[in-house]
Design a protein around this ligand. Structure first.
Ligand code: GDP
Length: 513
């Protein structure tokens, strides 16, 4: 098996911090990374060709800082969902002219859920008329109090364009890293995480890995996820062939049997045989799991884990159509906390349920509660794959009642909703005396005449009710299946629009015992 002995304190040496850059789209994450890379390569490397390997190193005052090159909290959390924790510090980029935006809040929740310290980079301060205090106020409104105002969060005004503030930002990173006392043992077999991997036509499977402990050497047998092999060559972020890589070094390696996935853990082992055995065992397990989809982590499972003592918090993510509902749910959920269970809303936001929400839930063992919002098919299937319990409601009380019921150990609701299918409105027609009829296409499942329906526009539920007419050509239809077109009218609703989604469902009684 894998050698996992704890390191003795005297074997631990200081290691460089690993940084992820997060923030709202267009706030300058990529520009900031580029600017830092350009201005902080060491003298001897200047002029060298930097190669994109998924991470890059800069040097400040003789100390190294490692930046993961894929900015954004999605990559960060999808790795975390696979059990990986690679980031020591998160840089939250906020464009000072734009302020805190929805993905800023997401990134904040993701970093907090991972317990990673945050440094705010207030970017674009080269622009005229910037008021940093406005941004500080908005951050405070979202629970992040800056140092200047008595809080703990360091914030640095910067400009990726002029380079202003970049030195202070890097100094602050080193400062926070020093306080964290990041250490590792360079004198053992290497272990760490796969940052990215691909199948290269000429070179075969290529993986960028972050060595987190030990030292990886060319020739080492290695297993990464279910891929295995021997390190044939290692390339640094500066494009140089290297022979060994110590803690907090990102390197591209060749020699694996196939491409692992980002977030897979890797270990160097003593013999090729061990690497192969572990890899093959994992492959078999993986095939097995694909055959028998693993059980979803439901609210009830979470409570079981809480009762057994393996989990303390009930983590909840709340998404709703309006901020008022997010706050109302947040407050009522938190109030449900009792001596045994702490109910925690780890993220709340306005808008539809996104892939990033699913990944955050998966990484943080959370359930998702949605109000008047519905996930897209892609998001639903990600939730299935990640075994995330995603519940949508129309009435706040029902969500509270569900959570409360689960807390009291009642296992199932008496009734549950069964979604029949998904129907897309592709055209609309005004029929005199009847109203607006949607020319529709059944994309998934079926629609039946007596089903209840909800009407979804841009991921938001805008109407809930019944069907007033369902037709195939001129004839009334009882049911229309996947791949067929139909005409559909809704009772008491006349504002169907092209692009709307009609979701038919029935309410069924749950058999107990
Ligand atoms: P990302 O989506 O967060 O990676 O943002 P980008 O790095 O792609 O930047 C988005 C836009 O903002 C681009 O047009 C950049 O040129 C611009 N930008 C980035 N940093 C700065 C800055 O410091 N000052 C100004 N004025 N513009 C910036």
């Amino acid at each position: 098996g894998l050698e996992q002995a704890e390191d003795r304190p005297e074997d631990l040496k200081e290691r460089p911090p690993v940084i992820t850059v997060m923030g709202h789209v267009d706030h300058g994450k990529t520009s900031l990374l580029d600017a830092i890379r350009k201005t902080h390569v060491t003298a001897k490397e200047a002029g060298g060709i930097t190669q994109h390997i998924g991470a890059s190193e800069v040097e400040v005052r003789g100390k190294k800082i490692v930046f993961l090159d894929t900015p954004g909290h999605e990559a960060f959390t999808s790795m975390r969902a696979r059990g990986a924790s690679v980031t020591d510090i998160a840089i939250l980029v906020v464009a000072a002219d734009d302020g805190v935006m929805p993905q800023t809040i997401e990134a904040l929740s993701h970093a907090k859920a991972a317990n990673v310290p945050i440094i705010v980079a207030m970017n674009k301060i080269d622009k005229p008329g910037i008021n940093p205090d406005r941004v500080r106020q908005e951050l405070a409104d979202h629970g992040l109090l800056v140092e200047e105002w008595g809080g703990e969060t360091i914030n640095v005004p910067v400009s990726a364009h002029t380079g202003e503030g970049l030195d202070s930002l890097l100094e602050m990173i080193l400062l926070v890293a020093e306080m964290q006392e990041l250490k590792a043992n360079p004198n053992r077999l290497a272990s760490g995480t796969v940052i990215e991997a691909k199948l290269d036509k000429g070179r075969g499977p290529v993986a960028t890995i972050l060595v987190q402990n030990g030292t990886l050497k060319v020739g080492d047998p290695i297993v990464a996820g279910s891929a295995y092999g021997r390190v044939r060559a290692m390339v640094s972020d500066k494009g140089k062939n290297i022979k060994k890589a110590g803690p907090s070094t990102a390197v591209e390696i060749l020699g694996l049997s196939d491409a692992p996935e980002a977030g897979d853990l890797f270990n160097a082992v003593k013999e090729d045989k061990i690497a192969r055995q572990i890899g093959e065992k994992r492959k078999a397990k993986f095939r097995e799991e694909n055959l028998h989809a693993t059980a979803k982590v439901t609210l009830e499972d979470l409570f079981k884990q809480i009762q057994e003592g393996s989990v303390k918090d009930l983590n909840i993510i709340v998404k709703a159509d309006v901020q008022g509902s997010v706050e109302a749910v947040r407050q009522s959920m938190v109030k449900l906390s009792n001596e045994e269970v702490k109910v925690k809303v780890i993220h709340g936001g306005v808008g539809t349920i996104t892939e990033s929400d699913i990944l955050l839930a998966s990484a943080s063992n959370a359930i998702i509660i949605g109000f008047n919002v519905r996930p897209s098919s892609a998001v639903s299937s990600l939730a299935e794959r990640e075994n995330v319990d995603l519940r949508t409601y129309r009435i706040i009380y029902e969500a509270i009642a569900d959570v409360e019921a689960a807390m009291k150990g009642m296992l199932e609701p008496e009734y549950k909703e069964v979604v029949l299918g998904k129907v897309e409105i592709r055209a609309t027609f005004k029929v005199p005396g009847i109203g607006t009829i949607g020319g529709a296409y059944v994309m998934e499942g079926k629609v039946s005449r007596n089903a209840k329906v909800r009407l979804i526009r841009d991921g938001i539920v805008i109407h809930e009710g019944s069907i007033s007419s369902l037709k195939r050509f001129k004839d009334d239809a009882k049911e229309v299946n996947t791949g067929y077109e139909c005409g559909i009218g809704l009772e008491n609703y006349n504002d169907i629009k092209e692009g709307d989604i009609v979701e038919p469902y029935t309410i069924e009684e749950v058999k107990r015992g």
